[in-house]
Design a protein around this ligand. Structure first.
Ligand code: NAD
Ligand code: LMR
Length: 338
């Protein structure tokens, strides 16, 4: 029997490039880990995004229920669900953007690196699927530890001969979202008016907010700098502790993931001046990966911005960040090369 969702998707896929029904631009997006704490609200927000014409929801459990639920929303995107490894290829074929929040979250007392043993294998398998089924897609990697999972993904793509460094982006947007919120609180401003660059990586001291470069321009006392830097670096742990064993940030993460994915899609569409922070292949420091501002365009992270002038506090922070990052990056690379 014919399935109207599948027929509508096929009609969209037959249309040229990113043009969806009615001539509006539309992209095909897959979420891997779509039934999880991040995956579900992320799927809901992506279904609300007018730039998305096809939304594929993949998980190893519960994706049919999440898909049925989300598919009743009266927005434009066609939603289809995929369950289990044997459906990974169908979930990925034809995708422009793949967002990956698959993997286990922290419990109190754990570091993100404690997730490595389980999540490294999950990311490896999913990236092998991407290399096979949608090697040109932009990848937004959320699964922790991001400082190691991005190097893992890069090695998988290199091995498959599909690696395009511009298209692999570790999602550090939640650090920026938190930094904007906490800084706005101190300054007494609306967080929507504040922009804080956060560079380095996505764990503890590797998260380096550049408070000297906040927009609008402002200054902080050394106590404020100390308080804000620490709060931004420990934002994830603050949520893990408050959730008391039931998981880590999911709702603010889904918000941040959609903010970042939307920026990637606007870049793909050809919009000018899209700049966000992300953890990418980089020559900004001596490390092979580093988070900084990147310009998003049709090819992904088309330009990686330099860090700009740092103050003494930030220079000390940068040295600490690089030390930890180097080990985490190497751990990811070795996982595939071993
Ligand atoms: P969760 O346990 O609620 O959900 C994870 C989902 O992944 C589950 O539905 C699970 O079935 C699925 N999954 C497991 N193995 C899979 C596989 N092989 N293929 C597809 N799906 C698979 O966890 P969560 O709270 O959604 O967090 C997910 C990940 O995101 C964690 O690693 C967490 O640390 C990370 N995270 C990162 C950031 C960031 O800023 N980058 C922020 C928050 C959480
Ligand atoms: C976060 O920053 O909230 C995530 O990386 C999840 C975590 O483990 O802290």
């Amino acid at each position: 029997p014919s399935n109207p969702q599948v027929e509508r998707e096929h009609a969209i896929l037959r249309q040229d490039g990113c043009r969806a029904k009615g001539g509006a631009p539309g992209f095909k997006v897959a979420i891997l880990g779509a039934a999880g704490g991040i995956g579900q609200p992320l799927a809901m927000l992506m279904k609300m995004n007018p730039l998305v014409s096809v939304l594929h929801l993949y998980d190893v459990v519960n994706s049919p229920g999440v898909t049925a639920d989300i598919s009743h929303m009266d927005t434009g995107a066609v939603v289809r669900g995929f369950l289990g490894q044997q459906q990974l290829e169908s979930a990925l074929t034809g995708m422009d953007l793949v967002v990956i929040p698959a993997g286990v979250p922290r419990k109190p007392g754990m570091t993100r690196d404690d997730l490595f043993n389980i999540n490294a294998g999950i990311v490896k398998t999913l990236c092998e699927g991407i290399a096979k089924s949608c090697p040109n897609a932009i990848v937004n990697l959320i699964s922790n530890p991001v400082n190691s999972t991005v190097p893992i993904a890069a090695e998988v793509f290199k091995k498959a001969g599909t690696y395009d460094p511009k298209k692999l982006l570790g999602v550090t947007m939640l650090d920026v979202v938190r930094a904007n919120t906490f800084v706005a609180e101190v300054l007494g401003l609306d967080p929507r008016e504040v922009n804080v660059p956060v560079v380095g990586g996505h764990a503890g001291v590797t998260i380096l907010p550049l408070l000297s470069q906040v927009k609008p321009p402002c200054s902080f006392t050394s106590e404020e700098t100390e308080y804000l830097t620490k709060r931004i670096q420990d934002g994830g742990t603050e949520v893990v502790q408050a959730k008391a064993g039931t998981g880590s940030a999911t709702l603010s993460m889904a918000y941040a993931a959609v903010k970042f994915a939307d920026a990637c899609l606007r870049g793909l569409r050809g919009d000018a001046g899209i700049v966000e922070c992300a953890f990418v292949a980089s020559q900004v420091t001596e490390l092979p990966f580093f988070a900084s501002k990147v310009k998003l365009g049709r090819g992904g992270a088309e330009e990686v911005h330099q860090l700009g002038p740092l103050n003494e506090y930030e220079r000390v922070g940068l040295e600490k960040a690089k030390k930890e990052l180097e080990a985490s990056i190497q751990k990811g690379i070795s996982f595939i090369r071993k």
